[in-house]
Design a protein around this ligand. Structure first.
Ligand code: PDD
Length: 287
């Protein structure tokens, strides 16, 4: 079955979808994106992702080309047209294609934002072999720009970080600023010590994860203490458990940091519990 994608209002087979070579997303990484998970053919936390999309666009002064219901309609149409049961929907909005390359933003009256959405299937989303074993991370310096709260498509450094991790025999990298962990290449980072969950507080230093918000809410509901504060690499290596969260990995156990095993080197009990709660509650609330 050929994948059907969405480009600027049209549903097309992926091999017929095109955008301009002058698109500022392509030339300048001048665009934002969202990744929304699909479970049982339904969307997890659609409204959280829509709210963050609106915020990212407004921080960059890009007009939101559609209202909430129109975005929801496109998401649902793509799920239906691709018979998607488990996986994700990727969406990207750029400042459009003004027809020439210029550092100055084009006039929004004459240059429309570009909209692209596509699906990716992942049948092993919930029953994930990685989640059973846990992942290993290495730490690297955080060399990204200063507005990491905006979900832009400039993902070169996170991609380089992922490659540094793979070359070192690990699965992912945690980025570090002034000795303290900011976040993973494409996820938020947490440690657990003496039953307390610790994760960096929200600021421009990290992406305000939609999964993070849900997981912290569920943790507090079941009386797990949460501390939103920075933690050092040394503190992380001495933790009992660690994990990361993202739309595409839910709650993913971390079992080693820079080659130092946490606990017995297996996914921790509290992390497993949080993953189960997150999956159960999100499944119930999916639309
Ligand atoms: N990444 N931090 C970074 C740098 C991210 O790229 C992501 C998401 C997160 C977690 O955010 P959320 O819980 O809203 O997915 C944190 C997505 C999944 C990606 O780039 O594929």
């Amino acid at each position: 079955m050929t994948r059907i994608v969405h480009v600027n209002g049209a549903y097309l087979p992926e091999d017929q979808a095109t955008i301009s070579i002058f698109d500022r997303g392509f030339l300048m990484a001048d665009g934002v994106y969202e990744v929304t998970t699909v479970v049982d053919g339904k969307l997890i936390d659609f409204d959280g992702h829509f709210a963050r999309l609106e915020r990212s666009l407004s921080e960059l002064g890009i007009r939101n080309p559609m209202d909430r219901d129109a975005w929801l309609e496109v998401h649902r149409e793509l799920v239906a047209r691709n018979a998607l049961d488990m996986g994700l929907i990727y969406l990207q909005v750029t400042r459009g294609a003004p027809g020439d390359r210029d550092f100055a933003f084009p006039d929004p009256e004459t240059t429309e934002p570009t909209v692209v959405l596509f699906t990716q299937s992942n049948p092993a989303l919930i029953d994930s072999p990685k989640a059973r074993k846990g992942i290993k991370v290495v730490t690297i310096e955080d060399l990204r720009w200063g507005r990491r709260d905006i979900k832009t498509v400039q993902l070169l450094y996170p991609s380089m970080g992922k490659m540094m991790a793979l070359r070192a025999g690990a699965d992912d990298a945690w980025m570090v600023q002034e000795g303290e962990v900011t976040e993973g290449t494409s996820n938020n980072a947490y440690i657990i010590k003496d039953g307390r969950i610790v994760t960096r507080a929200l600021s421009n230093d990290i992406l305000h994860g939609i999964t993070r918000a849900a997981v912290l809410r569920f943790a507090r509901e079941v009386q797990m203490p949460v501390e939103e504060r920075s933690f050092t690499v040394d503190e992380a290596k001495a933790a009992d458990e660690a994990f990361v969260t993202s739309a595409s990995s839910f709650v993913m156990p971390v079992v080693a940091i820079d080659g130092v095993a946490l606990g017995d080197g297996m996914p921790g009990a509290l992390t497993k519990r949080l993953r189960d709660i997150y999956i159960e509650e999100s499944r119930k609330a999916a639309i």
